[in-house]
Design a protein around this ligand. Sequence first.
Ligand code: GRF
Length: 203
Amino acid sequence: MAPFTLAVLVSGRGSNLQAIIDSIEKKDLPAEIGLVVSNVKDAYALERAQKQGIESIFMDPKSYPDRNSYEQALVERIQAKSVNLICLAGFMRVLGKHFIETFSGRIINIHPSLLPAFPGLNVQKRALEHGARFSGCTVHYVNEEVDGGPIILQTVVPIYDNDDEASLSERILEQEHIAYPEAIRLIIEGRLTLSGRRVLHGK
Ligand code: GRF
């Protein structure tokens, strides 16, 4: 059987990429990573991929005339690898219509809040400022709304009175590292069905 191939798009530290790598290594995830792409040159995620011998590239948005040509180049790199699923893992760029339509239903993202609460940036800070008593992480399909696609998995964490942004981020991140590989596994096993904007989990 052909391997289930992932492309992982990153911009920074890459701890979620590492969680995916580790799950594959432990044989918890029947997949391979065909390609890691970063839009940031010195992203630590690139080093993590290289250490693992995974093909990894920095694609500089500044060396393309506009957003469409950057995304077209990205589409071509990914298509060349016969990728089954694109995982955004801290990828700090909003993807446009062409990219999303090309890989429709095959792009997922992880976000450090319980969506639809707190989409966008600085979400742990905003959850604290808002006085939320719970936060968590969400793995969702990517559509054209920022952080707005159908929700695959969520994990809840409590927010304590003495939390600050760092402590809350850490508590959420720990759960992200479990939830992301788990969501990918559900997809590989063909367990998910889309019904409107709901994702139903089969047995
Ligand atoms: C994570 O908190 C993820 O939810 C968000 O960006 C962060 C990326 O962290 N989208 P890392 O690069 O995977 O360590």
